[in-house]
Write a protein that binds this ligand. Structure first.
Ligand code: CA
Length: 521
């Protein structure tokens, strides 16, 4: 059967790669003649290859290394002539890199020239951090109070918020933790410090309001202990529902609304002021990745990340399970042996955490990743790390820790989108950039989320959900640098309130989801 000829488009990431990725929408049919990029040789596709999937550029014998991103992503499980479809069933997962004898700060990238003169308009908080939004948040110590706080928030938004036009939103920081948990068990410090640092996020403007039940394990004094809050000028405002002074439900609601009114008056007096880019804390994440993520969206975000680092900002990259297989590249890039050692510590902790659950890294990629042409976690990791650009790694933080280091920081988190987003908010993220190939309507209430598509068909299909199309890199319309600059400029515009993200336009705000490795009792 003859097929209509299509101009074939493939991407080969480095000159040592022996596979290339099909860019054409709908894939390429058997019989298509394609350039290999190797000594101007052409080959003919022996079978249909779907969009975003890989083609063998050379003849493979069983056990031969498959190279993408200039790195081995696995071994061929069978003999495959050039022009074959290299799919999951034909690729054996390599061994995970050992955490012993890693190169520690052995190839530290030289500092790039500073990028000066870039600013944004943000809200300065009493602790010196700067918000990109001016949000009133009501913190909770325990799930028991969540519906009451949500009731109060609805009332605050309808009755009070219209009087305070400089306040962007009112949100309830609700969660499943606080009681019925082994609060002193190893690992419980993670959800506790996450909740504490969420309440201190720069976009929330300082002194938190805390709603407590009264009998819960996580008491307000443990959530926000005075000695840990030197950055706050005032004690948190605490409303305790079991206090005798509250007579019935509406009285509790009234107490929360009254506390909110005093904070709204303070927040409403704030105005955006011109601030240096070094006040930005930009969290990077991917979700629903495909084989394009690592050649379009993630490298473009990596370019933007390098610009942000040069301008003095903090850039967070995360998702332990997605970088674990590229750890040897990250320890080498660390600024000091101590930073490299901190990376190893976080990887080792996570290895042990997964082993306790009988899970391993083969649980990643997801079925959607695989449909999108990502065969295994090594390939996914190499593409994921591209988000971090080329800067040296200046710091490492544990899950839920507040980050104060400038430059590129690895903030250890699970890869789960909403858990990672929650932990990056706790790390003090005030802007979020999210890359996707399969597509997700993800968004957060506490910080704007810019979504970058790895391929043009998704950006066109979801034109009201995707903010930036990096698929233009694969089609040759724009370069990685050009899309990276688009992302950098959009970060400044959104941070300044000049532009709205798609997720904010529709009010798409995923739940805060805590990472609690400790037992539930
Ligand atoms: Ca993710």
């Amino acid at each position: 059967m003859s097929r209509s000829p299509t101009e074939p488009r493939l991407v080969r990431v480095t000159a040592s790669d022996n596979v290339a990725t099909v860019v054409n929408d709908g894939g390429l049919p058997a019989g298509t003649c394609i350039p290999t990029g190797i000594a101007s040789r052409e080959i003919v596709l022996l079978e249909d290859v779907p969009e975003a999937h890989k083609v063998t550029l050379v003849d493979f014998a069983p056990g031969d290394d498959v190279v993408r991103y200039g790195a081995v992503i696995g071994a061929a499980t069978e003999a495959l002539p050039a022009g074959s479809w290299m799919h999951e069933g034909r690729l054996q997962l390599p061994q995970v890199p050992s955490l012993d004898n890693l190169p520690m700060a052995t190839s530290v990238p030289p500092a790039q020239p500073p990028l000066e003169g870039f600013t944004f308009e943000g809200y300065l908080s009493p602790d010196g951090t700067v918000g990109t939004r001016n949000i009133l948040a009501i913190t909770t110590t325990v799930q028991c109070v969540a519906p009451t706080v949500e009731f109060a928030v609805r009332r605050i938004k309808s009755d009070l918020l219209p009087r305070f036009p400089n306040v962007d939103d009112v949100i309830a920081l609700t969660h499943g933790f606080g009681c019925g948990v082994a609060i002193d068990a190893p690992g419980a410090e993670i959800p506790i410090r996450t909740l504490r640092n969420l309440a201190l996020n720069p976009n929330l403007g300082g002194t938190p309001i805390v709603v407590s039940l009264g009998c819960e394990k996580l008491q307000p004094s443990r959530l926000l202990p005075a000695e840990k809050l030197p950055i706050l000028q005032n004690e948190p405002i605490v409303v305790r529902l079991q206090d005798d002074k509250h007579t019935g439900f509406l009285d509790m609601v009234h107490a929360i609304v009254a506390a909110a009114e005093s904070r709204l008056e303070q927040l409403n007096r704030r105005r955006r002021v011109t601030r240096p880019v070094s006040d930005l804390v930009v969290g990077l994440q991917c979700g629903g990745s495909d084989a394009f993520s690592g050649i379009t969206a993630n490298p473009a975000v990596g370019y933007a990340s390098d610009l942000l680092v040069r301008a003095g900002a903090t850039v967070l990259f995360s998702e332990v399970t997605e970088v674990r297989d590229a750890i040897h590249l990250l320890t080498a890039r660390s600024a000091t042996p101590e930073v490299a050692q901190a990376l190893v510590r976080e990887m080792a902790w996570y290895d042990a955490y997964l082993a306790r659950g009988g899970a391993d890294r083969s649980a990643n990629p997801s079925p959607g990743n695989k449909l999108g042409g990502l065969n295994n976690v090594v390939e996914k990791a190499l593409g994921s790390v591209a988000k971090s650009g080329t800067s040296r790694i200046s710091g490492v933080s544990g899950p839920g820790e507040r980050v104060t280091t400038k430059g590129l920081v690895f903030a250890a988190t699970p890869a789960s989108d909403f858990v990672c987003g929650t932990l990056q908010l706790a790390a003090s993220m005030n802007m979020h950039v999210f890359t996707t190939g399969r597509g997700t309507p993800y968004g957060l209430a506490m910080a704007p989320v810019i979504k970058v598509s790895s391929r043009t068909p998704l950006a066109e299909h979801w034109s009201d959900l995707i903010d930036i199309d990096a698929g233009t890199i694969a089609t040759g319309q724009l370069t990685v640098q050009q899309v990276g600059e688009l992302i950098f400029n959009m970060i400044l515009d959104v941070a300044s309130g000049r532009r709205q993200t798609c997720a904010d336009r529709w009010g798409l705000h995923n739940d805060l989801v805590l990472f609690n490795p400790a037992p539930i009792t």
